[in-house]
Write a protein that binds this ligand. Structure first.
Ligand code: KG4
Ligand code: ZN
Length: 377
C-alpha cells in the first residue's frame, strides 16, 4: 500500500510518500520520498507562534509536496482539473492564505500520484496549524479521488520506530517531545493506556526554555545537549560538578512527571549572574542528567509494573544523544528507538500511523483538528 502523508501539527511542514506492506509485527517499509521544511521564522521569537506557523504551512505545503513527489519520481506534466473541482477546492482552502493560488498554479505539473491513501495529522498540536494540513489533504483527496486517513501525531511518534525495529506487543512507549511527555502502555497497535504524563512542561519545552534563559537559539534541545556533552567530558576528566539540580517527582508513587520546577531551579541558579563558558556547560550537563535520570527511573518502574515485551521511545527529544546512550545501556528489555532523522517531526511517521489505522480498521468519524487529541480512546 502506498501512502502520501502530510504533517503540519507544529512548526515542521512535512510530506512523505511511503510504501508499506505486511503485518504490523514485521512490516516492510520503503520510504519513496520524505521532505521536511523546518520553519526557522520562529527562531527570533524563541518559541512557536500558531498563526505564524499556519501562514508558513500555507506557503510551504505546495513546494514541499512537489519536491516530495519529484523525489519519489512521481511528477508528470499536464493535469487539467475541471473548473467545478477547482471551485470547490478554492472554497475549501479559503481560510488558508495563498494556499489555493499555490495549488492551482502547481496542479498542471502534478499528475495524480499512484497512492492508495492520503494521511494527515489531525491532532494533537496547534489547531490553526493542523487545519492547514487537513484542508490541504481534503483538497488533494477531492482533486485525485483518493481517501484521507486522519492520524494521531503521537501514534506517529510510536510508529516512527518501525523502520528500524519490530515492536512486540504489549509494548511500553515513552513519548518525549516539545508538547508531550507521556508513558503509554500499548496492549496492541491502536489500543493505548496512558500511564502518566507531565503535570506542567513537556521535556522538550523545558530544554527550549532553559536554552532561552542561556540565550541559546531555538529549538534549544540540540544546543543544550551540545554544551552538556562538553560539561560531561570535563566532569569525566575529574572536574567537580559545579551545580546540583533536583530530580522532580522521581520518587512519586505514580507515573507522572514535572519539569517546570527543574526549569525554575535553573533560572534561580543563573539569575543575576554572568556564567563562564565552563559554568554554562556544567549547568547544561546537570540539567540533561536530571531529565534523563527522571525519565529512566519512571520508565523502569513502568517496565517492572507492566512487564512489556519492548520499550519504544519516540518524540523529538529522543534525538538526544545522552538519552539514547543511557536508555540503550540501562533498559533491560528490547529497546526501539527511531533512526535520528525520524526522531523529530516528519511525515514518514504519519504514513506509518495511517498504515496502523488502516490495518486495525479504525477510522475517526470526522476529519477536524483536535488540538488535545489523546492516544487513549
Ligand atoms: O517531536 P518534535 O519534533 O515536535 C513536537 O511534536 O513537539 O519535538 C521537538 C522538541 C523540541 O522541544 C526540541 O528542543 C526537542 O524536541 N529536541 C531535543 C533534541 N532535538 C530536539 N531535545 C533534547 N536534545 C536534542 N538533541
Ligand atoms: Zn512531534
Amino acid at each position: 500500500m502506498k501512502i502520501l502523508s502530510i504533517e503540519t501539527s507544529c512548526d515542521e511542514t512535512a510530506v512523505a510518500l511511503v510504501e508499506v506492506s505486511g503485518p504490523l509485527s514485521a512490516p516492510e517499509i520503503r520510504v519513496l520520498g520524505s521532505t521536511v521544511h523546518s520553519q526557522l521564522e520562529h527562531k527570533e521569537f524563541g518559541g512557536v507562534y500558531p498563526n505564524l506557523a499556519k501562514r508558513e504551512h500555507a506557503k510551504n505545503l505546495v513546494p514541499v509536496l512537489v519536491q516530495n513527489l519529484e523525489q519519489a519520481g512521481m511528477k508528470t506534466e499536464g493535469y487539467e482539473p475541471s473548473r467545478e473541482i477547482l471551485e470547490t477546492i478554492e472554497l475549501l482552502l479559503s481560510r488558508e492564505e495563498g494556499l489555493f493560488a499555490h495549488l492551482s498554479k502547481a496542479v498542471a505539473h502534478i499528475h495524480k500520484p499512484d497512492v492508495d491513501h492520503i494521511a494527515v495529522t489531525y491532532g494533537p498540536g496547534l489547531e490553526p496549524a493542523l487545519w492547514v494540513g487537513i484542508s490541504f489533504a481534503k483538497a488533494l483527496s477531492l482533486l485525485w479521488d483518493i481517501p484521507v486517513v486522519p492520524t494521531n501525531h503521537m501514534e506517529g511518534h510510536i510508529a516512527s520506530v518501525l523502520t528500524t525495529c519490530p515492536v512486540t506487543m504489549p509494548s511500553l512507549a515513552l513519548l518525549v517531545s516539545g508538547g508531550h511527555t507521556e508513558l503509554v502502555m500499548a496492549s496492541a497497535w491502536g489500543s493505548y493506556e496512558l500511564l502518566g504524563q507531565t503535570r506542567d512542561d513537556a521535556v522538550g519545552e523545558a530544554f527550549d526554555k532553559v536554552a532561552r534563559m542561556l540565550a541559546l537559539p531555538y529549538p534549544g534541545g540540540p544546543q543544550v545537549s551540545r554544551l552538556a556533552a562538553l560539561g560531561r567530558e570535563r566532569r569525566r576528566a575529574g572536574s567537580p560538578a559545579l551545580y546540583t539540580l533536583p530530580r522532580p517527582m522521581k520518587k512519586s508513587a505514580d507515573f507522572d512527571f514535572s519539569f517546570s520546577g527543574l526549569k525554575t531551579a535553573v533560572l534561580y541558579t543563573i539569575q543575576g549572574k554572568t556564567l563562564t563558558t565552563e559554568e554554562v556547560q556544567d549547568l547544561c550537563c546537570e540539567f540533561e542528567d536530571a531529565v534523563v535520570d527522571v525519565l529512566l527511573y519512571k520508565t523502569q518502574k513502568a517496565i517492572d509494573t507492566y512487564s512489556p515485551k519492548t520499550l519504544v521511545v519516540g518524540g523529538g527529544v529522543v534525538a538526544n544523544t545522552r538519552l539514547r546512550q543511557v536508555f540503550t545501556q540501562e533498559i533491560p528489555i528490547p529497546l526501539c528507538i527511531p533512526e535520528q532523522s525520524l526522531s523529530t517531526d516528519n511525515a514518514v511517521m504519519i504514513a506509518l500511523a495511517a498504515y496502523i489505522h488502516v490495518q486495525t480498521g479504525r477510522v475517526p468519524a470526522e476529519l477536524r483538528a483536535v488540538g488535545n487529541l489523546s492516544l487513549q480512546k
